[in-house]
Design a protein around this ligand. Structure first.
Ligand code: NAP
Length: 213
């Protein structure tokens, strides 16, 4: 991305459906607002409906015509992710952009509902599961995009001693290309990517202990 890039360069998104995780604050909030400003319908996937509705209201104050809907999606719980995906698929017939944005960082040790370390579970596994569950919608829409919001630390993550490069997470990470991601916009999703994602989704749901360190 050019260093002088601005949101003015976002194309017209009229007719597009866009899912943003962690849409109620920070980058997710700003991304939701800009997607809405360009005419897209933004599905704000938040772990708290109240915080999501408050954020949607703030966006509507600035952009009265914004098309927004708030849905519950707790990325620390695979059941919540599945419920969100089912609700999405039964409500919307297309998905043009999936913006995997929500994240936590350097939090005290805790575990997700299914027993994964929370930061890895929310930032990576949760989004991986969500992506796998929404892949059919993206593929059927044709030319759908996935935006994975990550960190500049991904650039320096080549040291084999880092947790991110443990064998489990590296394999997981490799299944989403390119291997070093920051804010990565994928091209049209290939069948191979879809197949990898489904395989990993099955692994994360069936054998959580294999992914623990
Ligand atoms: N800002 C930076 O400098 C920076 C640097 C590197 C990477 N990043 C990455 O950029 C992304 C956005 O960061 P930010 O600075 O905008 O963070 P933020 O303001 O703290 O927002 C994080 C969002 O994620 C949501 N979230 C947390 N846990 C969740 C869960 N279990 N399920 C669903 N949503 C959850 C939060 O919801 P609640 O409001 O309910 O907590 C919040 O909406 C993150 O992935 C972060 O790792 C940011």
């Amino acid at each position: 991305m050019a260093s002088n890039w601005s949101t003015d360069e976002i194309q017209d998104l009229s007719g597009s459906t866009i899912v943003v995780t962690g849409a109620n604050s920070g980058l997710g909030y700003e991304a939701s607002k800009e997607f809405a400003r360009k005419g897209g319908h933004v599905v704000m996937a938040c772990r708290s409906i109240d915080r999501g509705e408050n954020a949607a209201e703030e966006i509507r104050e600035e952009l009265p015509s914004a098309s927004l809907s708030v849905h519950e999606c707790d990325l620390a719980d695979l059941d919540s992710i599945r419920s969100f995906a089912e609700e999405f698929s039964s409500t919307y017939s297309s998905l043009h952009i999936l913006c995997n944005n929500a994240g936590v960082m350097a939090i005290p040790r805790s575990e997700t509902e299914q027993g994964f370390e929370t930061q890895f579970g929310v930032n990576h596994l949760g989004h991986f599961a969500l992506t796998g569950l929404l892949l059919d919608s993206l593929i059927e829409t044709g030319g759908g995009s996935i935006i994975n919001v990550s960190s500049i630390w991904g650039i320096v993550g080549s040291d084999s001693s880092t947790a991110f490069n443990s064998s489990a997470s590296r394999s997981f990470h490799d299944s989403f290309r390119p291997p070093k991601m920051r804010a990565t916009r994928t091209g049209p999703i290939s069948a191979a990517t879809a197949s990898n994602a489904r395989r990993w989704l099955a692994i994360t749901e069936v054998t959580p202990p294999r992914l623990r360190w």
